[in-house]
Design a binder for this molecule. Structure first.
Ligand SMILES: [Zn+2]
Length: 261
């Protein structure tokens, strides 16, 4: 997970502001959960921002950094719009964060592997879907007037730089918590890794690329072509660049590698 800066106005597509005003007005005329559900089905306008969101991350999933060849992209609502689940159980008495349904700052570009529920071969369910646990339910927001800043989401947010720094990478491509066992930061990282399935079917391309880079560093050494190749993988435009930064960092004992990081 690499920090993604949400482009706020004036970098928002002008057409979206018109759509946003119309949808907000339409939503305010839907006082019940059923009416809102119907309204969202008819007006899933957030899809119109998909390309705009993709440009902000150089066409990579904001959660796992995969390009769309892992799976097509969805526009995920970070705070779910129509209901909340915690560990798969519906949170009773909560209708979802419906008032955020058309707020662009609640959108995250997500590949379908990260977003949609699916069981792995061991029967473990992955996919964010409507999952949104918080540290203390007493501080959960349930109405538009509530203060979102009082919530402490369990899921790491790619739009919060400090959250992205809570994940580390093994050289085998495995994503791991950085903080010590037993801490809240460790819990958040572990939850995010498991829920999004970040270690489920680690792409072979990721591992193979690292094997090649590792060989180049060890066997070819400090040569312009090797430096250029490493720089390409460290670029924020590159798929899995946070993984490659960690993996290349295992050769920090070489001054020329350290200088690239
Ligand atoms: Zn993803």
């Amino acid at each position: 997970m690499r920090f993604v800066q949400i482009p706020l106005p004036p970098h928002l597509p002008k057409r979206w502001l018109t759509i946003y005003a119309a949808r907000s007005a339409g939503l305010s005329a839907c006082p019940t959960h059923d009416l809102r559900s119907t309204y969202f089905k008819k007006h899933s306008s957030w899809g119109r921002l998909k390309m705009w969101l993709a440009q902000a991350s150089q066409y990579r999933c904001w959660y796992c950094e995969a390009k769309s060849d892992r799976a097509p992209f969805d526009v995920d609502h970070f705070r779910p719009k129509l209901g909340v689940t915690v560990d798969g159980a519906v949170l009773l008495g909560h209708d979802g964060y419906y008032w955020l349904a058309y707020e662009w700052w609640n959108f995250r570009l997500s590949c379908q592997r990260c977003n949609r529920p699916e069981k792995d071969s061991s029967g473990v369910l992955h996919g964010k879907a409507n999952e949104f646990p918080v540290r203390d339910e007493a501080h959960r927001c349930a109405l538009p007037a509530a203060v979102l800043a009082a919530e402490e989401p369990m899921l790491l947010d790619p739009c919060v730089q400090a959250d992205c720094e809570l994940l580390a990478h093994g050289i085998d491509g495995e994503v791991k918590p950085l903080a010590s066992e037993g801490t809240w930061d460790n819990q958040r990282a572990r939850y995010t890794i498991d829920r999004l399935g970040l270690n489920w079917n680690t792409p072979e391309t990721k591992k193979n690329s690292w094997r090649l880079l590792d060989d180049l560093i060890r066997l070819a050494g400090h040569q312009p072509a090797v430096v250029a190749h490493l720089q390409e993988h460290l670029s924020t435009d590159h798929e899995y660049s946070s993984f490659f930064r960690s993996a290349i960092g295992t050769h920090r004992d070489k001054a020329w590698v350290e200088a690239l990081l």
